[in-house]
Design a protein around this ligand. Structure first.
Ligand code: MRU
Length: 342
């Protein structure tokens, strides 16, 4: 397989992303040259996936440093960084990336120096996430046997990171190793990241993929059609409770019921050591229109309300292991996690 494209790049004029709202119909690349353009792209999911929005956020911090006048630099710069970090609340990668870049920039002796440092911080995070993605692919693939049928949720591929992905990085690695695997992609309502993005990535890479409605997982598992579940994460608490795309919890419960291994694949930048358990993870609520419509077309009786959480939390007890770039956490509890992510 040829090397995969990079969903987020940092160029001289700004940040270049693939607009994920246009996929799979059209492949549109956007050049984002202002802080507001990046915040808007993150909020409307033009760039999405925890590691990808972390890197985009770090890029926005660089743009913030460029846009902030020398007069009152630190106060204004800090304020803009807060706006970037608040663009989406659940994926901790975004807040960590923004705070890290901000703090590196503010070690500078002058605003000009801060601008240089902010750019270097964004570039180094991008490299770090790409390397993490490669390592997760290797570790994750070591779990997958020849001929396995792997079920996945949402999109965790190159679109969601700056490398080959998280859970899908393992799928790409297993495929490249000739393991003859097959992917089952849940459509991931309401915004269909599985149908629009994961199926598109798999088809492009010539990896056999079957799409299923989220409510078909139980039947498929009951018929013995799934060997392993691999998903990504937006935030992992100290005890291993994991926030990921809404519906992931439902899949984890079903996997437990059917004795199917359920793995989370996430870089160490997704672990939130400040939060004891899943109850502390903020769950993003999206606009009701995302449930009441399907790609802009109304699907509900006029006047109906909608419940539109973007994420749910899978309790640690349902997770077989967590794959990170540093290795596989087999004991998904506070001490097992601390040994790999101190
Ligand atoms: O709302 P999204 O599309 O940004 O949600 C993304 C997910 O839930 C992914 O599974 C998660 O970010 C981990 S994959 C890199």
């Amino acid at each position: 397989m040829n090397s995969l494209p990079r969903a987020v790049r940092i160029l001289a004029e700004g940040i270049v992303i693939i607009d994920q709202t246009k996929l799979p119909e059209r492949e549109v690349w956007l050049s984002l040259t202002t802080v507001d353009a990046v915040i808007d792209a993150i909020a409307r999911l033009a760039v999405r996936g925890a590691p990808a929005i972390g890197v985009a956020g770090a890029g926005a911090v660089w743009l913030a440093a460029l846009e902030t006048p020398d007069d009152g630099f630190e106060t204004r710069f800090r304020r803009t960084c807060e706006r970037i970090a608040d663009a989406r609340p659940t994926a901790i990668n975004l807040r960590f990336a923004v705070e890290r870049s901000r703090d590196i920039a503010l070690l500078a002796k002058s605003p000009d120096d801060a601008r240089v440092r902010a750019r270097e911080a964004a570039e180094s995070l991008l490299e770090q996430e790409s390397a993490a993605s490669r390592a997760m692919g290797r570790w994750g693939s070591s779990l997958i046997a020849h001929g396995e049928r792997v079920l996945t949720y949402c999109n965790t591929g190159w679109l969601a990171t700056t490398g080959d992905g998280t859970a899908l990085s393992a799928v790409y690695a297993a495929h490249n190793e000739g393991k003859n695997i097959e992917v089952f992609a849940c459509e991931s309502r309401p915004l269909l990241q599985g149908a629009r993005l994961t199926a598109w990535e798999m088809v492009r890479a010539e990896i056999p993929v079957t799409l299923l409605c989220d409510n078909s997982v139980g039947l498929l598992m009951a018929r013995g059609g799934v060997d392993r579940v691999l998903v990504g994460a937006d935030r992992i608490a100290r005890n291993g409770d994991t926030a990921n795309k809404i519906g992931t919890y439902m899949v984890a419960v079903l996997a437990k019921r059917h004795g199917i291994p359920f793995h989370v694949v996430a870089p160490t930048t997704t672990f939130d050591r400040r939060i004891k358990d899943g109850r502390g993870i903020p769950i993003e609520e999206r606009d009701e229109s995302e449930v009441l419509t399907l790609r802009g077309v109304p699907v509900a009786a006029p006047g109906a309300r909608a419940f539109a959480p973007a994420f749910d939390v899978t309790p640690a007890e349902l997770i077989t292991s967590i794959v990170t770039e540093r290795g596989i956490i087999k004991d998904v509890d506070e001490s097992g996690i601390s040994a790999v992510v101190p």
